[in-house]
Design a protein around this ligand. Sequence first.
Ligand SMILES: Nc1ncnc2c1ncn2[C@@H]1O[C@H](COP(=O)(O)OP(=O)(O)OP(=O)(O)O)[C@@H](O)[C@H]1O
Length: 360
Amino acid sequence: MSKKRRQILRMRDLRVSFKTANGIVQAVRGVDLDVFRGETVAIVGESGSGKSVTVKQVMGIRAHNEVVDSGTAEFTYTDDSGAERTVDLMALSDKEMVALKGDHIAMVFQDPLTSLDPTMTIERQLAEGIVHHTGLRGDALHRRCVELLDLVGITDVEARLASYPHQLSGGMRQRVVIAIALSCDPDLLICDEPTTALDVTIQARILELILELQRKLDIAVIFITHNLGVVAKVADYVNVMYAGKLVEAGTTADVFFDPRHPYTWGLLSSMPSVSARREERLFTIKGNPPNLLNEVVGDAFAPRNPYALDIDFVKEPPRFKISEHHWAATWLLDPRAPKVEMPPQLAERIAQMRDEGSVA
Ligand SMILES: Nc1ncnc2c1ncn2[C@@H]1O[C@H](COP(=O)(O)OP(=O)(O)OP(=O)(O)O)[C@@H](O)[C@H]1O
């Protein structure tokens, strides 16, 4: 990478909790996230690990019972005068947030049907966003709608613009949602499980589209998913999240080929292989994530971790640096720890993934 990387988002020590009738849920417990222009960063983890709550901070989306306990999220963008500005998203007023996110940050959610209005044509829905951001009208507005649908690979554009959401397939609807997200010409696009509701072939096409757009438009993408397999082809960096914390982070190659946290081992082992045979029996990580209503002591993964050391139940592991761009928070990396290798079946799978070239 000879080009100088330009940081667009720098999140530090994000802590978010929810007040519930049963007590306080500590959903996000100290997350750091770095995102650079023209790169895709994935956050991967099981359901409930805090992925959505983390990225929704970037959009200023919060539930009524949500409390931000700490954290900064510096966002760097170019303002209307062409000057580079950095703001802390966590310190913006609602009004400032609305203005900023309309022009610089966009989000694509899992289910395109819930993001589209069933009573409005595609053209009206696209036009709403464009008018808001650009003030375009008439022919120019129509041309921009056509251009955006072209950009997301939709053919027969005029007919599609006149359609209602239910007249389009799931994959097509997700393309429309992406087009709407792009209508504000964002610097940062957040994709929250954007392909989960789609069938496998369509999933692959939407992933290719996101990758292509990210390169073509030089935007930054944060990609959230519970499925590690999905990120192999799209992400430059992978953050593995467990029970409100990042437990391992690195380049996609680091995390897929040299995983160090036993939770990452579990995720990789439970991922269907590219050359999956029907009879392949998938590994599952036994047990459940901790209840975040209770204080977590030690490594939150310890009770499910067959490699847990005594200290894992007592003291939280620090981040151990493996290289400039790779770290993992597991006591197994402490120089005093016994030498533990990843499960041999996983080592075999990794060798196979390398041979297949199934990782970007
Ligand atoms: N409004 C709320 N009130 C109480 N708890 C909440 C609320 N919203 C989220 N949580 C809790 O915060 C934790 C993190 O949720 P989050 O949606 O970020 O998980 P996730 O990793 O994105 O999962 P998924 O893949 O299912 O979307 C979960 O334990 C969830 O139950």
